[in-house]
Design a binder for this molecule. Structure first.
Ligand code: T1G
Length: 685
């Protein structure tokens, strides 16, 4: 079996190349091979210097995440780092691509770092509920200073090589042949016969930080204030602070302790689950990346809120967009609105005028579908009317060549029925974006019965290109997300009549970890949206309908479930709403009572999990983990809880099933009928 690390000698310089596809993750086998190769190199008197590099697009993407939480297998990343750091001959990291987590920690064990301009460097461990566990919290501040180290480690954000060079993380950028330049640097350093100071012994930036401890603490507190309740950022910041107050080895030992605590935490297990779940959700049997077609230009039908957001999602990825509306005025208004959005970003300094101009230049519009003739994908984003959609798809099929993918942004309707309106259902699928479409990460790719593998492969590749997290789902009322949302909200009206006011319910959701509660969300989206939907399907929601009859549509009218005084976006309780609810409860003969947060969460989240089990049972979602990806990326389910189905396992599937059975027995409500799939979710992925 070939080694995953190899050494070649170039005029006294040992070049050690890591080759562990796909991302050079530091799994146990690679660590063993790398340690063995480095041990041989270090022991060789002919070696004057060492260059460490990676193969492919990654230097090293970090530890093997699938191994975290298991008993450590020697040699560890730390053992390799110590081997490199103890070498007195010059060591150079030739950073050919992503140097992340343990990969950057490995690079910081070297005396010097040379990088290609395209290389990305970072310590993203907090995104996995961890902190750098191989000395990153101690070496990074010694290279870039405590403040920059806090920014990178507490946020987990990566930086480009140019910025890394500017802050002292990288010693040189290689605009040409990285290996030739790295070897030349190694030879030059070796020829100096000088001492090469390991990063662990560099104290000047630590001393500078010690002179402004108050500034460090203020910076730390500001970063943590946006991450309340999360353990990993807290410990990461604490560990960086130790670099200023503890001897190196003591701080390293503390970092190791923090790492082990976090690796076994629920928060990290949930985030590591999502890391792999997101990648699994984009895989389909029989659909290979190679089957994807090129998408050079995208057409969009409908320039309302969703159409504009979808257009911006593609424009932001540098793709040309052709936008169609029914009349010139509506089209002009939409194009102006998109331009205004970019102008606002330029004013805020988050977009350059040059980039804004490029995006505006990529946008064209027409009232005719003729412009779609050279589009490789056309997305319909008109309102939810099946007859209208079928008419549009028939016209699109006629206006575009076979192979052009025709996608609907519908969030409820039957994609198979829409596909049947065309003569090429194999080119039809759903691309369900979530509002705001240029912001929300989730993209539900709805697979029709006859959607071709090529169409699916193209949609999956395109999703990643525009920075979306794709989940392939089947055709079914509300697909995955909205189907479960309906179940999660089914008890809300009843809970209010029983005594849980909108403010209390919203607070229960926020305490659980949602960015906002269901009523805050409805007030933001507009009560009239749900009202129109309910009336179209002959459904009622007494309290919400009454509020709509009163013209209380939410933030846009200054009043909804909550009050928004003086146009404020933060709602406050409205006594008028509470009085309305109590009156309706009295008329319904419901005696008000105190409702606990626990009951609110059980009666909303358990039916939601149950609906998730039904969705898996019906094959609309291929696995429970796909549902977690949908909810974290499309609805703001707290990622540190892993998604509704991961959380349900921790909550206890049998406990949930017993609760649902009791409620179904007592109320006969369908959303409480336990799915037979529920107990099987324990090991369904
Ligand atoms: N461990 C295991 N597998 C990994 C992996 C990793 N670190 N990174 C990627 N993969 C797999 C991934 O599951 C997928 O598998 C394939 O590689 C391609 O990934 C000691 C403890 C590097 C920017 O958090 O950010 O170091 O689906 O689709 O889009 O202190 O992968 O093909 O079977 O994402 O080109 C810290 C995580 C770890 C970086 C490349 N490092 N990876 O993106 O490919 S903790 C990270 C990424 C750590 C230290 C601590 C990205 C990428 P499959 P991909 P990509």
């Amino acid at each position: 079996m070939s080694r995953l690390a190899a050494c070649t000698i170039h005029d006294g310089v040992a070049v050690v190349t890591i080759d562990n596809p796909p991302v050079n993750a530091l799994g146990a086998r690679l660590r063993g091979d790398l340690f063995a190769v480095l041990s041989e190199v270090v022991a060789s008197p002919e070696v004057a210097a060492i260059v460490l590099t990676g193969s492919g697009r990654n230097f090293v993407a970090g530890a093997d995440i699938s191994e975290i939480g298991r008993p450590p297998v020697e040699p560890t990343v730390t053992s390799i780092i110590e081997l490199i750091e103890d070498c007195e001959r010059p060591t150079i990291a030739a950073i050919n691509g992503n140097a992340l987590g343990g990969g950057l920690e490995l690079a910081m064990a070297c005396h010097y770092r040379v990088a290609t301009p395209e290389a990305r460097l970072g310590l993203p461990e907090v995104r996995l509920g961890l902190l750098p566990g191989a000395g990153g919290t101690q070496r990074l501040p010694r290279l870039v200073g405590a403040a920059a180290a806090l920014d990178m480690i507490v946020t987990g954000s990566e930086i480009g090589a140019r910025k890394a060079s500017g802050i002292g993380l990288v010693d040189a950028l290689s605009e040409g042949d990285l290996m030739r330049e790295a070897i030349a640097l190694a030879q030059a350093r070796a020829a100096e016969n000088g001492s090469h100071v390991a990063v662990r012994y560099r104290e000047d930036k630590i001393a500078a930080a010690k002179r402004d401890l108050a500034g460090f603490e203020a910076h730390r507190d500001a970063l943590l204030s946006k991450r309340r309740g999360l353990r990993a950022p807290q410990l990461a910041a604490l560990s960086v602070g130790n670099a200023l107050t503890l001897p190196f080895d003591d701080a390293l030992a503390a970092e190791r302790g923090f790492f082990l605590e976090l690796a076994s935490s629920d928060e990290s297990k949930a985030l590591r689950h999502l890391f792999f779940a997101e990648r699994e959700a984009a895989k389909l049997d029989g659909v290979t990346k190679e089957a994807a077609r090129a998408v050079r230009r995208v057409g969009i039908v409908g320039a309302g809120t969703m159409g504009r957001g979808i257009a911006m999602a593609f424009l932001n990825a540098g793709m040309p967009v052709a936008l169609a509306e029914t009349d010139e005025e509506a089209l002009a208004k939409a194009i102006e609105a998109i331009s205004a959005s970019y102008a606002a970003l330029v004013r805020r300094g988050s977009l350059s005028e040059e980039e804004a101009s490029a995006r505006r230049g990529n946008l064209s519009g027409s009232v005719s579908y003729d412009m779609f003739a050279d589009c490789d994908l056309v997305i319909e984003a008109v309102f939810e009317d099946m007859a209208l959609k079928k008419t549009i798809f028939a016209a699109l099929a006629a206006a575009t060549p076979a192979g052009t993918i025709l996608a609907t942004n519908t969030s409820w309707l039957d994609v198979n029925e829409i596909a049947a309106a065309t003569d090429r259902p194999q080119d039809v699928l759903g691309l369900h974006f979530f509002s705001p479409a240029h912001v929300m990460k989730l993209l539900e790719i709805v697979r029709g019965e006859r959607t071709s593998p090529a169409a699916l492969a193209t949609a999956l590749k395109l999703a990643r290109r525009i920075g979306k997290v794709p989940v392939v789902v089947g055709v079914g009322y509300g697909f995955v997300g909205n189907r479960m949302l309906a179940a999660r909200n089914a008890e809300l009206e009843r809970l209010m009549l029983e005594g849980a006011m909108p403010t209390q319910i919203d607070r229960a959701f926020r305490d659980f970890g949602w960015p906002m509660g269901p009523f805050e969300m409805t007030d933001l989206a507009g009560l009239d949206v749900g009202w129109r939907n309910r009336r179209a399907h002959g459904k009622t929601a007494p309290v919400a309908d009454a509020l709509c009859e009163m013209g209380r549509f939410g933030q846009k009218t200054g009043r909804g479930f909550h009050l928004y005084p003086d146009g404020s976006r933060k709602g406050v309780p409205d006594p008028e709403v509470e009085k309305l609810i109590r009156t309706m409860a009295e008329e319904a003969g419901i005696a008000p009572r105190a409702v606990s947060f626990a009951e609110i969460l059980e009666r909303t989240h358990y039916p939601m999990v149950n609906a998730g089990a039904q969705v898996v049972e019906e094959g609309i979602a291929r696995r429970a983990a796909d549902i977690d990806v949908v909810w974290v990326n499309g609805y703001g389910f707290p990622a540190w809880k892993g998604g509704p189905m991961f959380w349900a396992r921790k909550e206890g599937l049998s406990r949930i099933e017993r609760f649902l059975a009791r409620q179904f027995e007592a109320t006969g409500s369908e959303h409480f009928r336990p799915s037979p799939m529920l107990p099987l979710l324990a090991a369904s992925d």
